[in-house]
Design a protein around this ligand. Sequence first.
Ligand SMILES: [Zn+2]
Ligand SMILES: [Zn+2]
Length: 308
Amino acid sequence: MDPFYYYAQYRVLICKSCQYAIQPNHIAAHLQSEQHKVSRQQSKEIAEKYKDYNLANPHIESVAPEGLIEPIGHLPIHRDGLACSTCSYVCRSLKVIKRHQREVHNIRIGRGRRPESVGWSTNVWCQCFFISVGQRYFKVQQTNQQLIQQATDTTTRLLQLVYRQLDQKEKAIEEKRQIIKDSDDLTEVSSWLDRTQWIRHLEGQDKATIVKLVNPARDEEMELQHVEKSLKRLVEKARQTILQKKINTFTLHRIQNFHAGEDSHKPFHVNLGADTIERYQRVWSKLLIYVLRTAESETRLYRLTEDQ
Ligand SMILES: [Zn+2]
Ligand SMILES: [Zn+2]
């Protein structure tokens, strides 16, 4: 059975079990996370099948329907959307809609303004195709319009209660799924994550599988053990070299700055507690081991160069 549903009109593949669209170059990798129960071979075959579909790439194009459409069957409906009254922008966070109004329409919301005078409507029904890169909510028709018109106050209240419960349930499922996904709010993403593109790399991967990949080297992984030991030796040697004043202070000012070619006002210092050094080292060790373990994997997310 095909795990995807293809929407030709939008050129997207929606994963039936995950209920979101998959990036064109992530198909095989996506299917290999545990919950899909698809073998490596099968996932390759499925990816192969969609190879020539010219699927939309959220990295380079914005994917959303034009105009108000009926909800798309394979995507969850969110009923807590905030829709800008000036343009077609929709999101689900108060902070984000305020920033949109400020940055796009130059509207500032002062304190004490009455809520009905704000430039957006609430409880808008919305959906989105992609959940991290290229996540863009779009408004969809409320399918309960007729019901509401005929309904008495009690039924409306009941209906709202049901929706609220549905929304809560959906939120719980989202959390349980434990899929690594990007934050809704750009300000929450650290500049380190942004620069290293970890989110783009890890998107849609299963957390439990990834965690196993950063575990320390096992007994039989001789090469990785060597890497761990070398890293330790290198850090200690560098520390000793600085402590023995073999590096001049100008160089230390340069090292401390994160931007190339600029000096920091403080020198780089290595008089850290042993546990701090151990902690930094552990992070680097994990990163290195992760890269070495995944470089040769089937998913081929990237490849090392000859020298590396
Ligand atoms: Zn999936
Ligand atoms: Zn707007």
